[in-house]
Design a protein around this ligand. Structure first.
Ligand SMILES: [Zn+2]
Length: 236
């Protein structure tokens, strides 16, 4: 391994020499087992996140995993959110491995962002739902996962939005609708499998008020702000 390193070093120095590039000796390091670079630690085992750059709460989740993995779109994802009051942090994981993460400090105005607040467990929430900050591809990854997850493949926007009910961000409904409208399979499914409807049954015209009363429940509607999803219909 030492010989190989020596050979690599020789090649790099040769290229620098040929190109007449000079490095400041005091800033150079040789024969290192690991190198810190842009918040990551590069070592022989792979690339790990530099522990000194990570918020304490997330440190364990991140540093117990050595390398970032490529996600398997069909496999379940886990999302971790930063619980400190100082910043936004989210980690997307799959099978205990980090797929993507994003961290940044809160800007002053964000600490009182309309309606979004910290719940008692320290999760950044909005009306009981987990607030997903607009960092990296996190929102898109969550949308894609809801769109393609095993139990609701190409379910259309209402079902997909329902599956996402634990998450919230400003414009989530619109983002869901946009994704579904761009998906050819969702659009085809909507045409190919219309809801079967029975024959309409006309009601007998009554001679007196309240002579005949019918009632029915219409369920499975999209939830209202107060979280109602059933209509009670009474026909006199
Ligand atoms: Zn689809």
């Amino acid at each position: 391994m030492g010989e190989e390193h020596e050979e690599h070093l020789r090649i790099v120095l040769q290229i620098l020499k040929e190109q007449k590039l000079y490095a400041k000796l005091s800033k150079c390091e040789f024969w290192k087992e690991e190198v810190k670079f842009l918040g990551h630690v590069v070592c022989k085992g792979g690339i790990a996140v530099d522990p000194s750059k990570v918020e304490a709460r997330l440190k364990e989740k991140l540093t117990s995993t050595l390398v970032l993995i490529l996600p398997e779109p069909r496999e379940p994802f886990e999302v971790y959110c930063d619980t400190s009051l100082k910043g936004l942090g989210c980690v997307l994981m799959q099978h205990r491995n980090v797929v993507a993460y994003a961290l940044r400090k809160l800007r002053p105005h964000e600490e009182t962002d309309g309606g979004v607040s910290w719940d008692k467990d320290g999760i950044w929430g909005y009306k009981g739902r987990i607030y997903v900050p607009n960092v990296g591809n996190l929102r898109q990854d969550i949308l894609k996962e809801a769109h393609n997850s095993g139990f609701s493949i190409h379910a259309g926007s209402t079902k997909m939005y329902y599956n996402l009910k634990m998450f919230w961000w400003l414009g989530i409904k619109g983002d869901v609708a946009t994704l579904v409208s761009k998906c050819l399979t969702c659009q085809k499914a909507k045409i190919a499998h219309p809801r079967p409807s029975g024959m309409l049954q006309p009601l007998e015209i009554s001679q007196w008020k309240w002579k005949g009363i019918a009632m029915d429940f219409v369920s499975g509607l999209p939830r209202t702000r107060a979280s109602f999803d059933v209509d009670w219909v009474i026909v006199d």
